[in-house]
Structure formats: structure tokens, C-alpha cells
Design a binder for this molecule. Sequence first.
Ligand code: SF4
Length: 396
Amino acid sequence: MRKRGGSASGHAADPERVPVDTESRNESSGPEPAAVASDLEPWFAGNARDLPWRRRRTGYRVLVSESMLQQTQVSRVADRFPRFVGRFPTIQDLASSPIDDVLQEWEGLGYYRRARLLHAAAGAIVERHGGRVPSDAAKLRALPGVGPYTAGAVASLAFGRREAIVDGNVGRVLIRLAGKEASIDDPKALRWCWSRSRELVEAAADPAVLNEGLMELGATICTPRSPSCGSCPVAGHCKARRLAIQDRIPVAKRRPSRRQVVHHVLVLPPKRRGTRMLATVQRRAPNGLWASMWEFPTVETDRPLQARTFSRRLGLAAGDLRRMESFSHATTHREVRFVVFEAISQRSPTFEREVSLIEVERLGELAMSVPQRRIADAWAARWATDVQPSSRWPED
Ligand code: SF4
């Protein structure tokens, strides 16, 4: 049996631990932290899902997994994490790899800014900390892309530091336990969550187990809709359950609607150079959505363009293009409509951005967004079966 204040994971106890003042607690502070911690920690120890990043905890692995898990489903990260750390086994490997390789390995996880920031953080760790992920939350927070949540997660999960964490899952659990009619998006409620989370981690036997227990509870039991209170290890402390308000707190904030944009994509048949077949692609701008990733030549607008308008922007006539397909892809902030056209004449388009020719076999190595990869796969499949491109396609 573990003792309170000890460490199940062998992590050193934090010498500056501050005792919680239980005398000054009031109803709105939520239940007694030690009571919650003593029910939550054994539950997590016995019920934790077997996830790849939990099998071995290092600062690097926690940093990678927490970066991947932001706004991404656990199942998808579980699929991709082993491959990522297999390709970049150490922080040095990640820091010294070209960003294009990192983006390519990130493909499908979305929200690619995280990959850039992770790569930048790896560089900073090599430069400032000799390649060792710092255990100190303040030093972690000074790294690119590392906010209070990730710093707290790395410091506590990898190094056993008594650091708090608050993300959407944790905030929801804390607000429900205290029965607060608040939104996690409200800055005052968020501050309250951080202070509440600090109280809990101070009262924990093991900060890593407590923090992961909170995350796990929010992810698997205390879910946004229809929480499974009957299976909850801390149900006895939960004010929301007592008041039967768990389904309506935290109060949902209306999300701003996604911005609508249209990507008009032009696919050109392969160019032939001797025995080589080349695809025409271009890089996106270095900022914004899918920054610096590769795509087929694309014109982005707020509204759909008529085929003749799109062709005019390419210096072509309407008859030079054929509409192939259209589909939508949602990102966190945008609803992107893809309209794909194929060039069907010998006329050469004029592109608004520089294009590159890449060997068809190397298309898979380029970092592309999910929808552009879908277009690329369809394009490659089509030309793989049509080994001899039609003679109407010009040679360069
Ligand atoms: S009792 Fe229900 S609402 Fe309260 S923490 Fe547990 S799952 Fe969440």
C-alpha cells in the first residue's frame, strides 16, 4: 500500500511541497482534495488504458504524445505515436531532421503547427539544455509551443514533479466535482480550475498518477455528454451528480462558426522526362493553414469560382479544364470545400505561385494535408493504370 506523499513511480518528491489549507475550504471550492485523490489514484492505477506512450515515460515521449494529443483523437495518436518515435527516437534525431520529414510523419494528425512547434522545441532543448528535456515547468514553458498544460504534463508525468494540469477533460471533471455553473472557456473559471488542480496535485500520493487519473476520468467516464456516473470512482464527492446537473455543466460556450473557404485545385497529367513521370505540385505559403505543405496547384477563395473564372486565373479557357470532383474537409477553424479540375488541353497554365515537378514515386514523401493526399492518391492510382499517358499531354 502506497503512503500519501510517497511516489509510486519512483519519482523524487518535490521538496517545496506546500500543504493544502483544508480549514479555509468552502462549498464552492469543491470536495476535499485528499479525499478525491485517494479515490482517483487507485482507480487510475487499476483502470488505465494501455496506450503506447504510457509504456515508457520519458520527457521526450511525453512531450511528443502531449503535442499529438491536442485536439486529436486518442485512437489516431495511438496509431501514429509509435511510428513517430520510431522514426525520430531521440530529441536529437527530431531536432536534426528537416522539418519536411517531421511534417510528413505528422501527416493525418492535422493542426500541423504543432509539428513545427515540436520541432522548434526539440531544437531549443538541444541548444539550451544539452538535449535533455528539462524537468522544471518554468524551463519547459520557455520552449516554443509549450504552454502551462504541456509543461505541467511533462514535469509531472515524466519527472514526478508536483505540477498541475488543466485541459478540457480535466477542467470538465473539476467543474462537475464542484458543481460550478461555469464554462471552461471563461477565464475566471479557468483560473479557478488551475488553482483547484494545484490543490489536488498537492494532496496526491503521486502527481503523475493523479494527473493522469484526472485526464483518464475526463476522457473515459466524465465525458462531455452522458457521463457514466455509475462507474465513476469519485462519484461520492461529486456535487454535480448530487444536484443532477452533470449533463448541463460545464456550460457550453457557443463556438464561432467555421470560416468557409474554397480550394480550387488543378491536377495536370504527368510530365514525361525520358523514363521519368513528374507531377506538378507547389508549396503553400509559410504561414496559415497547412503552412509550407505541398499541394497540387490551388487557388483559394472565399466563394466558389465558376470554371471559366478559375480557368481565366490560370490563363486558360473554360474548355481547357474538366471538373473532376468536389468534397469538403473540416479543420478546427475552417470548412474547406475542395473543387478539383483536370487540365484537358495542351495549353500551359500560368500559376499564381511557383510550381515544382516531382517524380511520381516521390509524391508519398511530400508532406501534404489529408485532402491533398486524397487527391494525390487518386491521381497516382489513375496514372499508374494509364502507363502511357495520352499523346495530347505536352512534353517539357
Ligand atoms: S460523478 Fe459523474 S459528473 Fe461527477 S465526476 Fe464522476 S462522472 Fe463526472
